[in-house]
Design a protein around this ligand. Structure first.
Ligand code: ATP
Length: 381
């Protein structure tokens, strides 16, 4: 494969910020991306993901901070001089040009020699498996195929970095999965540094080497998929990572990281994920998979065992997602190996190691200094 990215070692975003009319859409983004990394910017609608990507692309000027490649500032360069490839949600193809001509367009604009254009275009089209469709117009292709053209058009320019803004959000569920694999395969074979914006945590976890979770324009956590999945930094990240059960409880005992919490008629063993002291009102986060319906009917009491009534049962392939209600009326999302009956009382067991206790106040427990320290540790790792 001769499509290769121009070499660099690191791309640094230093205190990057962008305001609109005095309101900060993005603040203090500090991130060092190593060449070849796949980074996902993740967060709910309006958290600043696209703003961050557009600042990187040069489509939006920064109101604060610097962007550097190998120590040289690039935020002062216009978009076309940054040598980045872009893939958007809406494909943005030329409807009157064939697939091959769409892919060739950027090279023609750059004045690349005809023979080289021909070679690079056919290579890029082969890479996204569209050889049979090269002569077709975009309108004759499916959504997934059009998105592949958009990807070929970005990688044919051999950019230093590829930026993708929700590239799969217009595709149906099956195609999304196929294209996800395709994007990961491309990334593995070309080693292209990629920054990928999505609000879909599963997509981000499956694609990225590292994830950056944003909320209201601020970084909440930067880490590998496993780090974020297993040890969310605060309850907001936990919520976003699929910890669907968030319960406000009173912290009654603390011993090291072991905690006991009570509330909603329950007294449970849990694990401190942020510093807190007895008497604090805390937020406990639990994934449905760590709150299981017990099938063995001999288990009726014990540590972290309690009962609840089944409300809704959803079939999910080999298992069941179940909504239950506790005796005090608290709804919980739990997991079952076999289908319980609606209205039935079931026994639940909670893994104390996976019941994570957080400060309710999102910004408590993580000081600016700790954040910087965390970022430096990540860069050094
Ligand atoms: P989505 O997933 O919905 O695209 P996002 O996380 O990408 O959301 P941004 O588009 O970055 O969010 O927007 C962040 C914030 O900045 C939002 O509150 C948005 O309303 C605001 N914003 C974005 N672009 C502009 C603009 N051109 N003018 C004014 N406000 C803007």
């Amino acid at each position: 494969m001769s499509l290769t990215a121009s070499a660099f070692d690191t791309l640094e975003l230093k205190d990057v910020g962008r305001s609109f009319g005095g309101r900060e859409a993005l603040a203090d983004l500090n991130l060092t991306i190593r060449a070849g990394e796949f980074i996902a910017l993740l967060g709910p609608s309006g958290c600043g993901k696209s703003t961050a990507l557009n600042c990187l692309a040069g489509l939006l000027p920064l109101t604060h901070g610097e962007i550097l490649i190998d120590g040289k500032r690039i935020d002062v360069l216009p978009s076309e001089k940054r040598d980045f490839g872009m893939v958007f949600q809406n494909y943005a193809l030329f409807p009157h040009l064939s697939v091959a001509k769409n892919v060739a367009f950027g090279l023609e604009v750059r004045g690349v020699a005809k023979a080289e254009i021909k070679r690079r275009v056919s290579e890029a089209i082969a890479l996204v498996k569209l050889e049979e469709h090269a002569k077709k117009l975009p309108g004759q292709l499916s959504g997934g195929q059009q998105q592949r053209v958009a990807i070929a058009r970005a990688v044919v320019l051999e950019p230093r970095i590829v930026l993708m803004d929700e590239p799969l959000s217009n595709l149906d569920a099956k195609l999304r999965l196929d294209m996800r694999t395709e994007i990961r395969r491309l990334h593995q074979s070309l080693g292209l540094t990629t920054v990928y914006v999505t609000h879909d945590q599963e997509e981000a976890l499956s694609l990225a080497d590292r994830l950056v979770v944003l909320r209201e324009g601020r970084v909440q956590q930067i880490g590998t998929p496993t780090e974020l999945h297993n040890n969310p930094a605060n309850w907001h990240v936990a919520d976003f990572m699929g910890y669907r059960n968030l319960l406000d409880m009173e912290l009654t005992e603390v011993s090291g990281s072991e905690a006991r919490v009570s509330g909603h008629g329950l007294s449970l063993a849990a694990t401190l994920a942020q510093p807190a002291k007895p008497g604090d009102t805390v937020r406990m986060a639990m994934r449905p998979h760590d709150l299981n319906v017990v099938n063995d009917h001999t288990v009726t009491t014990g540590r972290n065992v309690f009962t609840a009534t089944v409300g809704v049962v959803e079939y999910q392939g080999r298992e069941f997602a179940v909504e239950v209600t506790t005796s005090t009326g608290q709804r919980l999302f739990v997991h079952a190996e076999t289908a319980p009956r609606v209205g039935e009382e079931v026994t639940l067991v909670l893994d104390p190691a996976r019941a994570l206790v957080y400060q309710q106040n999102l910004d408590a427990g993580v000081s600016e200094e700790e954040r910087e320290h965390q970022e430096l540790a990540e860069v050094g790792s």
